[in-house]
Design a protein around this ligand. Structure first.
Ligand code: ATP
Length: 274
């Protein structure tokens, strides 16, 4: 498989002004770009994008794995320093979802967002987002670093789909694009969204998120370690990125944490759906 030009210089040259201050590095292989950046936060002076052409220990939430094969996915992490406070960061994965979904759609691949942090194409997972935060130790003053990890399936070889164990999506159209061009488009939009989020929090993004909501009005359950925590009808997100659920006892708001969202229709009765 040929991998098109993918160098920091080529990406930087294609970025909008929103991202010109972001340092960029590309590595052929690493365990996890999120783990790499988390380990370096104390040494960073500004935003840093780290791209890996292959990850051997890609991470999802709650210790889950993100699987890939070389050249088949776009995988990167972006370290970004926010003013804080820390509790505001709970809306960040959803703001990142908006940035990525809008960019990917503008490149001709319509996607929707599954709360809190997945992008779906035709109902199947095309991309995952993992945001990890840490209070800034150097000149802290309430500041918070976020490491925003993103994996986007460009191609999906059968063996990989088998390994993942569920139907997943790919975007061959994006795979044909110049990778530096694609990365620059994503980084430019992300940087603009992150700067705005730092000033305003999630509130101005809620409406945009709701327009992209994959499961609006669908019956869903919230699972926590395999147990049903809530069930109801998905009603979009509120101004801080919580999922609003209309249950038989009225509306409840769910904070993302490590909970998982599923369509009710996919849940076996054995795990307690009444
Ligand atoms: P949940 O669906 O429980 O909310 P999640 O979708 O948020 O979890 P993450 O932790 O973000 O899951 O990502 C890890 C999960 O994604 C894995 O458990 C696996 O099912 C799935 N996965 C792993 N690699 C890929 C991939 N390349 N494409 C799509 N899905 C993948």
């Amino acid at each position: 498989m040929t991998i098109s030009t993918f160098t920091p210089g080529a990406i930087a040259a294609r970025c909008a002004t929103s991202a010109t201050h972001v340092a960029i590095e590309v590595v052929a292989e690493t365990g996890s770009t999120n783990a790499d950046l988390l380990a370096r936060l104390d040494t960073l002076d500004g935003p840093l994008l780290r791209i890996a052409e292959n990850q051997t220990a890609g991470r999802g939430r709650a210790g889950r794995s993100w699987l890939s094969t070389p050249g088949a996915a776009l995988m990167f992490s972006l370290a970004w320093r926010f003013k804080g406070p820390l509790h505001r960061m709970s809306g960040l994965p959803m703001a990142v979802g908006v940035a990525l979904a809008e960019t990917i759609a503008s490149l001709g691949v319509p996607v929707r967002i599954k709360w809190p942090n997945d992008l779906l194409r035709d109902g199947k997972k095309l991309a995952g987002i993992l945001v990890e935060t840490q209070a800034a130790r150097k000149d802290g003053d309430g500041a918070v670093w976020a490491v925003i990890g993103v994996g986007i399936n460009l191609l999906m070889p059968d063996e990989l789909e088998e390994q993942i164990g569920r139907a997943v999506a790919a975007a061959p159209w994006l795979a044909k694009m110049d990778r530096s061009e694609l990365m620059a488009a994503l980084l430019s939009r992300l940087a603009a969204v992150l700067a705005e989020f730092d000033d305003t929090g999630f509130a101005p993004f809620a409406e945009r998120w709701n327009l992209l909501h994959a499961w609006q009005g669908r019956d869903v359950v919230i699972l926590d370690h395999g147990q049903v925590l809530q069930q109801g009808r998905a009603a979009g997100v509120d101004a801080i990125g919580r999922l609003m659920l209309d249950t038989e006892h009225g509306r409840v708001e769910v904070l993302s944490g490590d909970v998982s969202l599923r369509l009710s229709s996919t849940i076996p009765s054995s795990i307690g759906l009444s």
